[in-house]
Design a protein. Structure first.
Length: 124
């Protein structure tokens, strides 16, 4: 029986780990959902915003806006630059509305973030 050098085994394990964890990083998707206050999405379990005025007031008070997709996934909008910046300015015109969004998504620890490439109002 041959002995495989430890550095070869470690190298293979690292290669597999990088492949497995990096497979979904930066995947481009299109989603439909509502723009609402992050606190309401979690604490109130809303399926859609109470109103555009409510979502706007929360955003202006400093709460991050998120996209609650039709399938229940909450997308945290992030900037692609480092240091990153808040995305409320981009989302504020759509607060409380249903939108179609496309962009790159990143998943980690049960959270999903999206770098918005395109956003527009959606009636469906």
């Amino acid at each position: 029986m041959k002995h495989i050098p430890a550095r070869v085994v470690v190298g293979l394990v690292l290669l597999i780990a990088v492949w497995a964890f990096g497979a979904d990083a930066g995947k481009t998707v299109s989603v439909k959902g509502y723009v609402l206050d992050s606190a309401c999405a979690f604490t109130k379990g809303l399926k859609k915003p109470i109103s555009a005025e409510c979502a706007t007031a929360c955003a202006k008070a400093g709460s991050p806006l998120v996209i609650l997709a039709d399938n229940g996934t909450i997308y945290w909008p992030i900037g692609e630059t480092t240091p990153s910046s808040g995305q409320n300015e981009k989302l504020l015109p759509f607060a409380g509305q249903k939108v179609s969004v496309s962009g790159k998504t990143y998943a980690r620890g049960g959270s999903t973030a999206i770098v918005i490439e395109k956003i527009e109002a959606s009636d469906k």
